[in-house]
Write a protein that binds this ligand. Structure first.
Ligand code: ARG
Length: 449
């Protein structure tokens, strides 16, 4: 059924019906009914309809909600969209009074409300999952607060740090991801209802009462903005895309780490897959799929922005397409976060010690403490590395004589600083990778969760 037709004699062909109807909005069923209950109660309270009629409608809507919750609501191919389906079902249950449901409302403000309600809840679930990911990472980081590894710049070994520190970088990204969803919720959780098709209603609707009923933070002040804007959807998709990008970075590292060349990590049977052709293979497919799907969510970001580009005010049917985009982005993040938590549970770390030259900066800083300008200290250590290289040696097997060949200001105790582990322990700036800093970060993340 359609919710229109009074002025039409003909109707859409089957193909055009298929083309225009939407099935992707079916998951808005529950929030659609909840929004309608709030709307109808307001219509009764303001006596726009008779209070008894409102009661009849609310009772009917509640049984539809029960059907929806039990997974028993039956959509029909003749339902144009989810809003139509509910109104059709209400008619089956309460008869003619159902015709009063849409009083003072348009599907334009209704669909904007539904999507807002849906995204507030979905965002809450993503926040929980991002916190769970951060929690999982802190547990891994705790067991590796003292495991010394190389940190990298340009994918070349840079300075020694701890594995716990490296992993926690991803926990912080997940924490910010959660914060971002939380911030976006402020702009999502406001009510467009009462805006009607474009410019409000001559009926004495109480917009604030509906917003309060739905636990939203007030109403949108401009009706054209309320029905025509989807920046809240773009923002939600961005939250998904940014977190997917971060998952893809972690996924990429797991893929690299699990190579024979890196040898940092082994994947348990539960999180690795085999090859149909090569019997020896143990592949990181889960990580690769996360990495691949991140790209598709970036596509969702482009799609949601393009959908709104140059749209005249206010509602345009183009906007029907916003749902499949945001649902895809949200579902992909939801399943990606779940997969990453499981994948992390199946990793066994055994990273090799960092290369000996990673302590170079620490040696230069030893000289800085003796008053040597950093630029000169940098050059001295460079000369030392090159001298050792010419003898087939590295910093870790340098002798005091060799240090003196480069500069007399080196002392015996400096030899102790040539070990990456000692060098990590000597790190003094907050937020760097020494074990106490790792533990402090873990405490802070847990406190925030
Ligand atoms: N299914 C439509 C959507 O998702 C509902 C709004 C339809 N409004 C209209 N004027 N045709 O956007």
């Amino acid at each position: 059924m359609t919710l229109w037709g009074g002025r039409f004699e003909g109707s859409l062909s089957e193909a055009m019906w298929e083309f225009t109807t939407d099935k992707s909005d079916r998951r808005l069923l529950q929030v659609d009914i909840e929004g309608s209950i709030a709307h109808v109660e307001m219509l009764g309270a303001t006596e726009v309809i008779e209070p008894e009629e409102a009661q009849t409608l609310v009772a009917g809507l509640r049984s539809i909600l029960a059907e929806a919750e039990a997974g028993e609501f039956a959509f029909q191919t003749t339902d144009e969209d989810v809003h139509t389906a509910v109104e059709r079902r209400l008619g089956e249950l309460v008869g003619e009074t159902a015709g009063k449901l849409h009083t003072g409302r348009s599907r334009n403000d209704q669909v904007a409300l539904d999507l807002r309600l849906y995204l507030v809840r979905a965002g809450g679930r993503r926040i929980e999952q991002l916190h769970k990911l951060a929690g999982t990472i802190t547990r891994l980081a705790e067991s590796h607060a003292e495991t010394v590894v190389a940190s990298y710049t340009h994918l070349q070994q840079a300075q020694p740090t701890t594995l716990g520190h490296h992993l926690l970088a991803y926990a912080w990204m997940a924490m910010r991801g959660a914060e971002r969803f939380n911030d976006a919720a402020k702009r999502i959780a406001v009510s467009p209802l009462g805006s009607g098709a474009s410019s409000g209603s001559s009926l004495p609707l109480d917009r604030d009462a509906v917003a309060r009923h739905l636990e939203l933070d007030g109403v949108i002040p401009n009706s054209l903005d309320a029905v025509g804007s989807r920046d809240f959807v773009s923002e939600y998709v961005f939250c998904c895309a940014q977190s997917m990008i971060e998952l893809s970075r972690l996924a990429e590292e797991i893929i690299l780490w699990s190579t024979r060349e890196f040898g940092w990590v082994s994947l348990s049977d539960e999180v690795s897959t085999g090859s149909s052709a090569l019997p020896q293979k143990r592949n990181p497919d889960i990580a690769e799929l996360i990495r691949g799907r991140a790209g598709i969510v970036v596509g969702d970001m482009t799609a949601i922005l393009s959908l709104q580009k140059a749209l005249p005010l206010a509602y345009n049917r183009d906007l029907q397409e916003d749902k499949r985009i945001v649902f895809h982005a949200d579902d992909t993040l939801g399943s990606g976060l779940g997969a990453m938590v499981e994948l992390l549970g199946g990793l066994e770390f055994h990273p090799p010690a960092p290369g000996p030259d990673t302590v170079s900066l620490d040696i230069a800083e030893v000289m800085v403490r003796r008053g040597v300008p950093f630029r000169e200290a940098h050059r001295l250590v460079g000369e030392l590395v090159s001298l050792l290289e010419s003898r087939g040696k590295t910093l870790s097997d340098a002798t005091l004589d060799e240090l003196h060949e480069v500069d007399q200001r080196f002392v015996e105790a400096d030899l102790d600083r040539l070990d990456p582990t000692d060098s990590v322990r000597a790190r003094a700036t907050s937020g760097s990778g020494y074990p106490d800093s790792v533990r402090a970060q873990i405490d802070e993340i847990r406190r925030r969760i």
